[in-house]
Design a protein around this ligand. Structure first.
Ligand code: HDD
Length: 708
């Protein structure tokens, strides 16, 4: 097998070919790990068929010993995740900004591996929870691995890495009973937060809909810290990284997310891997905000403070390239579990800033990987192996499976011809940016890190009315689960430094005294780019549409709507009472994808109900079908009905939808599209497409009369 690691020409397939030498097909016969064929793996070796097992049974001993060692420590945070392969391509050379090779040549597709994750839950916890999402990208570049280990939120809880263990202790389940699972709605977390005003900005993001994303394919990613770009001439600029999904940025409702967790705990990982398997490759644009060194102090916050973002209105995000995820991993453990992301991994042209949170991460991640993966040789694991040569004298240790052939393992040496030798900068050696340093050795925080509220207020001011409502409810939920009254009051006290009206609304829901007066006057500034409502909503590509139908459905209506939706890239699933095939009124058959028993409306983006007398009569008397429609309505999803199905929406069991007038005009401004006229199918389909593209019709959420 050729060793690609010695090749210079990196392209999209390089990592894939590099992995190929490690892929393993199952052979014909079972063998031991030593390759000896085994005659039976069903019975242990015994003294007589009823006798005791013999110590001599090396096959049993090996099988069992391996099994006993099959688990490794899960990640201490971000344990639950899903991975995907893909590539990154620069739009044009960024040589003006950086000498990083993967950002020079637009024709080069640099292989990447991405892992999305939740933070708090254990490895087996559900995907659909309220949590920050990890967004980690490993670029396999010709100059070594480069990792952006970011989140879907542009700021962080704390300013200094030394607080990270405290933060994580507080947010994980409480230690005495290991509850609650994958949730921060508990006393310890909010006690810590109530004493950490610097977390307020991040807390506003956490309570917003950003932490309940519709899909990993529909959320932004952020490098968070300020990094440095350095060009060939040695000129450095500060840089912030942004990932923008081309499918738009979308979230679901909290009630919906909780139900999704029960109906399909794997919702987000399934959503990602199915999309990739079907060729609907998720795409994300990489954008940068560039700050000249001389502008370092021109903001009213410190750019080294990770609890602050740089509003896009002050420094625009320039798109510099695109990432496409186009291949699912072959094996979860070998790839997704063993991948080791490290903000430590930089390549010439990219460097760190003095952000104290970033500085702490630089040593933390490699240490965490050595522990988790059990060896200092974790870069030998295929998924972590760079695609360029790796040469040094760090040879021995657990699980070294390269075979260094030189007898010389030290530097300097003459016996090995001096190799491997130090690479000068002009030969690609990494040179740390020559930042001028001065200062006293001191455990202290810069005064410029002390404003904890202005940007929290900025975030609040930037949200739409509905987003604000969701945020208030989220705060009432999280703090409503807190038992300790003083903790609740302290948090609301901090909220009152963010925004008086917000703090008061939360207090009312909690039944605690509302803060009497405003502490800091609202500065009134906003940043429209922070609101998800302002993100583009122009496509229904890959949206999951449930079609509710039983025997006797109207085939021309169903097929007409299906054709238009599929042409727009939506995915149609026929949902019926029973599995197998259903027959239309005119005798055409269609296969059922899901039954009402095995799915739920929370797993779809929209619902369509075709007419057909018999189909509608049976749906009308089916509580599961009624609940399906009610729930979709409650969760503000687009709903369409044609022919007799319009009567289904008039059914007294269907709450909310039947706010229709007598002309059957069903609140179409709220995403309910109906038509009784068979000639209208095309028109109805188009209206439905527009309604789905809106993602959700949030204003409906104000009607709480739906019992589902
Ligand atoms: Fe971290 C994992 C993101 C601060 C220590 N972190 C981890 C992962 C992501 C982040 C996405 C999972 C990577 C994967 O999929 O394998 N972490 C962040 C962001 C931070 C941040 C965006 C702030 C801006 N982290 C942070 C600090 C420390 C750590 C301050 C410690 C000082 N993070 C870790 C870790 C983890 C980790 C303990 C757990 C498992 C691992 O690294 O591989 O080392």
């Amino acid at each position: 097998m050729s060793d690609r690691t010695n090749e210079k020409n990196i392209n999209e397939q390089t990592k894939n070919e590099n992995l190929e030498q490690f892929r393993k097909e199952p052979g014909e016969f079972i063998t031991t790990n030593e390759g000896v064929k085994v005659t039976s793996t069903n019975d242990s070796l015994k003294a007589g068929s009823r006798g005791p097992t013999l110590l001599e049974d090396f096959h049993f001993a090996e099988k069992n010993a391996h099994f006993n060692r099959e688990r490794i420590p899960e990640r201490v945070v971000h344990a639950r995740g899903v991975g995907a392969h893909g590539y990154f391509q620069a739009y044009k050379s960024q040589s003006e900004l950086t000498k990083a090779k993967f950002l020079q040549e637009p024709s080069v597709k640099t292989p990447v591996f991405v892992r999305f994750s939740t933070v708090a839950g254990f490895r087996g916890s559900p995907d659909p929870v309220r949590d920050v999402r990890g967004f980690a990208v490993k670029f396999y570049t010709e100059d070594g691995n480069y990792d952006i280990v970011g989140n879907n939120i542009p700021v962080f809880f704390i300013q200094d890495a030394i607080k990270f263990p405290d933060l994580v202790h507080a947010l994980k389940p409480e230690p005495h009973n290991e509850m609650p699972q994958a949730s921060t709605a508990h006393d310890n977390f909010w006690d810590f937060i109530s004493l950490m005003p610097e977390s307020m900005h991040m807390i506003m993001w956490i309570l917003s809909d950003r932490t309940i994303p519709r899909s990993y394919r529909m959320m932004q990613g952020f490098g968070i810290h300020t990094f440095r770009f350095v060009n060939e001439q040695g000129k450095a600029r500060f840089v912030k990284f942004h990932w923008k999904p081309l499918l738009g940025v979308h979230s679901v409702l909290w009630d919906e997310m909780q139900q999704m967790g029960a109906k399909d705990p794997d919702f987000h990982r399934r959503d990602l891997s199915e999309a990739i398997a079907m060729g609907d490759y998720p795409e994300y644009e990489l954008g940068v905000q560039i700050i000249e060194e001389e502008d370092e102090f021109k903001f009213d916050f410190d750019i080294l403070d990770s609890t602050k973002l740089i509003p896009e209105e002050l420094v625009p995000v320039q798109p510099i390239g695109k990432m496409v995820l186009n291949r699912n991993p072959d094996n979860y453990f070998a790839e997704t579990e063993q991948v080791a992301f490290q903000p430590t991994n930089v390549v010439p042209g990219i460097d760190f800033s003095d952000d104290p949170l970033l500085q702490g991460r630089i040593s933390s991640y490699p240490d965490s990987q050595r522990h988790r993966l059990g060896t200092a040789n974790f870069e030998n694991i295929p998924i972590n192996k760079p695609v360029c040569p790796v040469n040094n004298d760090q040879r021995d240790g657990f699980s070294q499976y390269n075979i260094p052939t030189s007898k010389v393992n030290y530097f300097p040496n003459s016996l090995g011809g001096g190799c491997p030798m130090a690479a000068p900068e002009n030969m690609g050696g990494f040179t740390h940016y020559m930042e001028k340093m001065q200062g006293h050795k001191i455990r202290e925080r810069s005064e410029s890190f002390s404003d904890h509220f202005s940007q929290a207020t900025l975030f609040w001011n930037s949200l739409s009315v509905v987003e604000k409502e969701h945020l208030v409810k989220a705060a009432q939920f999280e703090l409503g689960k807190v038992m300790n009254k003083e903790v609740k009051e302290r948090v609301v006290g901090l909220f009152n430094h963010v925004e008086h009206e917000f703090a008061s609304s939360v207090a009312i829901g909690l039944g605690i005294p509302t803060p009497t007066k405003e502490v800091i006057p609202n500065h009134g500034k906003s940043s429209p780019a922070l609101s998800m409502e302002n993100q583009p909503k122009d496509s229904i590509k890959t949206r999951q549409i449930a079609v509710l139908a039983n025997d006797g459905f109207n085939s021309s209506e169903l097929m007409g709507i299906k054709r238009v939706l599929e042409a727009e890239g939506a995915k149609i699933k026929i949902v019926s009472k029973f599995g197998g095939m259903i027959k239309s009124a005119d005798g055409k058959e269609i296969e059922v994808d899901r039954t009402l028993l095995t799915t739920a409306s929370v797993l779809f983006d929209a619902v369509y109900i075709p007419g057909g007398e018999k189909s509608i009569a049976s749906l009308k008397s089916d509580g599961d079908a009624i609940a399906f429609v009610n729930e979709a309505f409650k969760h503000c999803k687009a709903i369409a009905a044609t022919g007799e199905a319009v009567d289904l929406l008039m059914n007294p069991g269907i709450k909310g939808v039947n706010i229709a007038d007598s002309q059957q005009k069903f609140a179409s401004d709220q995403g309910v599209v109906t038509s009784r006229n068979p000639g209208d199918v095309e028109k109805t389909a188009k209206e439905f497409v527009n309604a789905i593209a809106q993602h959700r019709h949030w204003m409906r959420g104000q009607k709480s009369l739906i019992p589902a």
